[in-house]
Design a protein around this ligand. Sequence first.
Ligand code: SF4
Length: 309
Amino acid sequence: MKGQRLYVVRPFDPWRRGSLCTCPFKYTVNPYTGCGHRCLYCYASSYIRDFFNPRPKERLLERAARDLARIPPGSIVNVSSSSDPYTPPEEKLGLTRRLLELLAGKFVVEIVTKSSLVARDVDLLSKARSVVSVTITTLDASLAGRLEPGAPPPRERLRAMEKLSAAGVPVVLRLDPILPWLTDTWENIWGVVEAAAEAGAKHVVSSVYKAKPDNLARLLREFPDLADRYRELYLRRGSRIHGYWYAPTQYRRRVLGMAREAAHRMGLTFATCREGDAGHIDPGVNCDGTHLALRRGSSETRMSSSDVG
Ligand code: SF4
């Protein structure tokens, strides 16, 4: 495998092994370039031109099949880290579904999405060693419609979580990002975590919004009344890390502490994403929830060997 070039299935390596990322080693593949969910806070949009116009990756399946033959079987493969694998064109194109057909049975699959369309693939996901992370930032459909105008409403995402969970697919809530003065109240955080737990989620991953020039401009265009407070919190009192403006540590600790409290009250495990000294990871879990897919595989193996005889 060493020295063999990978084209579309790449090691997941944000910020070139930056210490803020606590994910286990994994690969990542994006079936699409860009995303139609058009989230105001999207981070990926600052790296890719014409980002909100999603288009399928050229010869994705052929190139993915070649790459997958070059990586160790059983590796964790994330789908996807810089676009949503269930971005609107997926409904017609089925590219993510065909990619899952290549992965299932050979790799540990981690899906990250904010689309209820993921439930369409429950047949494949329930057979694979998989975990599905669904992002919900608020249950308020009108606020979600402003923050994530191209994504399905939060209640539809909860229904997808229920369907996957009922079929035995481990489900993770991504409460991510939490936005100051928009979604950072206890009522909002508790409401989302409680609803996700009732829909079958087992683990919560959370983070506080990090500002980039383009996502901050989009947010402040939509919420102009927040301009002074966001500039004060991020640009004056915050710190710049790897090209992102972080809110002050004290603020992030307080807000993420509420998310942890809500998760623990509902009996879920909890971790933060790229939060450094404001972060927290429960013992025995992977921050991204992939431990659920790994354990699922091993308990199935134990069950099948004890079933014999
Ligand atoms: S779903 Fe993810 S990739 Fe798509 S616009 Fe929203 S934040 Fe960006």
